[in-house]
Design a protein around this ligand. Structure first.
Ligand code: F6R
Length: 607
């Protein structure tokens, strides 16, 4: 977790660092700080968002053209000015920022305390400043190596010292780190969009590497000290894509980008005859033909997308497919075996739990396929095959367009496998192929019904509990709708299969408890209606998400949010959109911070 920045160049470091930190706030935003080196190192930090730090630097400016910065998501020690990074050694000559966790923190701190070191914060980071200072013998890179050799865990570390001005040393141990190469200036950041408006040329630092940065560029070595030759990556993203583009919130912008995201994710990949050409998916037809079992593993919204994916695989391919929470799978001794396909889904490609489950799958001889949105992410580099979702940078913490792109990626993947081993139901496959091409238009149309959804949000905004129900694929969508509502509205909500309601939870349904029902799956329609009747009989208010030509639902539901009809197997793509917008508008009525909800961060790189 956390966002880190570094700058070496001819200009003032502070504005570059602060600007980068604001772009990295999705990684954590409970406190922030920067350190700038002139003749001495000067530090400013503040609890709260980067905005507060900016105000502080206005009243108390920093001068200097070398600096490092950090925006924090607390792990060790509460959010506070004191615990905010950067952290220094007692002399103030060494300063560090760090993203991740030092697992042997207590051991190291005890050892340092016995040796007479005193600490001013509760963080694990501060010990790194002490370790570097302790090891320094005139070579910063060597001192950083020594500190890293002692500190176990997954992290990225950036260090600067008064003894070697004009230089920053950084290390990547799992947590992401990139170098931006400018003209006469060099940047360090947790991700590419943080400095994309300043340069388009990047060096991606790999796990286990150390980089020495000065204004002329960067030298990469392994932590052990071997030279690494790395070609810069030229990034074509439009930096406009990372801005709000006229919407009040990134989340709203990202919801509205979904028609374009579907177009992008499909582009050049799906022929009219159903053949799917997936760049970076390299398995051959024999592998697909001999496949016995598929596992999907992920967390949060990516897991919810996997729930849909498992059903796509089962229905299109009749292939046994299960979906597993990555944090459970990694400790469950799963029966993954050679020849299985394990699909790890992760927007960021950096989620620690998902990476661990993916690595376990590889160890057991499975083929690992990543579905991810981030080119160059750890997951993408470790996988045998990668399906990039092409959703563009997702800034809002609550994922919307990345979820959508994950769904599309899974339809494509099923069609690719089906082309090799045969599709279970070719009529269904034809309808899906046809439906996929129609989706961007459907979604554009759906966006026009936002006013009705905003109106429905008023019914939920003051509730205390909300239930989401559905059956089959509708249940998978209900789970995602409920998660979206929880994340940004802070309302208690729960999703369950509609058939489960009567087995206990019905006791909680009263006239004060609204129930959102997703009802698109024809084969289960009447069963879902029965659940609606059970709710209505207890006075519960029902908001239904149903196809636009469904002329029965009006009899049962209090409010109907309409979505374009498509094949039921594609139903989740359209049905999730009203739920995303519903969550957005409820959160807006409640006056919450929609793009950066409390207690959450965009990328969960700790276990
Ligand atoms: C919710 C959300 C999270 C993420 C989860 C996994 O809106 O975004 O639940 O889906 O933390 O993240 P990735 O996809 O980056 O692995």
């Amino acid at each position: 977790m956390c966002g880190i920045m570094g700058y070496v160049g001819p200009g003032q470091a502070a504005p570059v660092l602060l600007d980068g930190l604001q772009r990295l706030e999705y990684r954590g935003y409970d406190s922030a700080g920067i350190a700038v080196l002139d003749r001495e190192i000067d530090v400013r930090k503040a609890e709260g968002k980067v905005e507060r730090l900016i105000d502080l630097t206005k009243t108390s400016p920093l001068n200097g053209s070398v600096g490092i910065g950090h925006t924090r998501w607390a792990t060790h020690g509460a959010p506070s000015d004191l615990n905010a990074h950067p952290h220094s050694d007692p002399s103030g000559a060494f300063v560090v920022v760090h993203n991740g966790i030092i697992e042997n923190f207590y051991e190291l701190r005890d050892r340092l305390t016995e040796d007479g070191h005193e600490f001013t914060s509760e963080t694990d980071t501060e010990i790194l400043a002490h370790l570097v200072a302790e090891a320094y013998r005139g070579d910063l890179a060597a001192a950083v190596r020594s500190a890293v050799a002692q500190a176990e865990g997954a992290y990225a570390l950036v260090v600067m010292t008064v003894h070697e001005p004009g230089k920053i040393v950084a290390v990547r141990r799992i947590s992401p780190l990139v170098v931006g190469l400018g003209v006469g200036e060099t940047f360090l950041a947790s991700d590419i969009p943080a400095v994309l408006h300043r340069t388009r040329d990047f060096l991606i630092i790999e796990d286990g590497e150390l980089v020495i940065v000065d204004e002329s560029g960067a030298t990469i070595e392994t932590i052990e000290g071997e030279a690494v030759d790395r070609e810069p990556l030229h990034v074509d993203w439009d930096s406009e894509m990372a801005e709000k583009g006229g919407y009040e919130h990134f989340m709203l912008k990202e919801i509205h980008e979904q028609p374009a995201v579907v177009t992008e994710t499909l582009a050049g990949r799906l022929e009219e005859d159903g053949s799917a050409w997936l760049d970076h998916v390299d398995f051959d037809d024999d592998f697909a033909r001999n496949l016995n079992r598929v596992w999907i593993t992920a967390c949060g919204t990516a897991y919810n997308a996997g729930m849909v994916g498992a059903e796509i695989f089962r229905r299109l391919l009749r292939l046994p497919t299960s979906v597993e929470y990555a944090h459970e799978m990694r400790y469950a001794d799963p029966l993954v075996s050679e020849g299985d396909l394990v699909i790890a889904i992760s927007q960021s490609g950096e989620t620690a739990d998902t990476l661990a489950a993916a690595r376990l799958a590889k160890e057991r001889g499975a083929r690992l396929l990543a579905i991810t949105n981030v080119v160059g992410s750890t997951l993408s580099r470790e996988a045998d095959d990668v399906l990039y979702t092409r959703a563009g940078p997702e800034i809002a913490v609550a994922s919307t367009k990345a979820y959508m792109a994950m769904l599309i990626g899974q339809y494509l993947l099923a069609l690719r496998i089906g082309a090799a081993r045969g599709l279970a139901d070719s009529d269904l496959a034809d309808r899906v192929i046809h439906g996929l091409h129609a989706l961007p238009g459907d979604l554009e149309r759906l966006m026009q019904s936002e006013a009705a959804i905003a109106d429905a949000a008023k019914r939920l905004a003051h509730a205390e509990d909300v239930y989401f129900i559905g059956r089959g694929l509708d249940y998978a969508v209900a789970v995602e709708g409920s998660l979206k509502l929880k994340e940004i509205s802070y309302l208690h909500s729960e999703a369950m299969p509609a058939g489960e309601l009567k087995h206990g939870t019905l006791a909680l349904i009263t006239e004060d408890v609204p129930v959102v029902v997703v009802i698109t799956q024809e084969a289960l329609y009447d069963k879902t209606v029965s659940a609606i009747q059970e709710v209505k009989a207890r006075g519960g208010e029902v908001i239904a998400v149903a196809y636009e030509d469904d002329d029965r639902i009006g009899r049962f539901a209090d409010v109907v949010l309409r979505v374009p009809r498509t094949d039921d197997l594609l139903g989740p793509v359209n049905a999730v959109v009203p739920l995303q917008l519903l969550a957005y508008h409820v959160a807006k009525i409640r006056g919450n911070d929609i793009d950066q909800p409390r207690n959450l961060a965009k990328s969960v790189t700790v276990e």
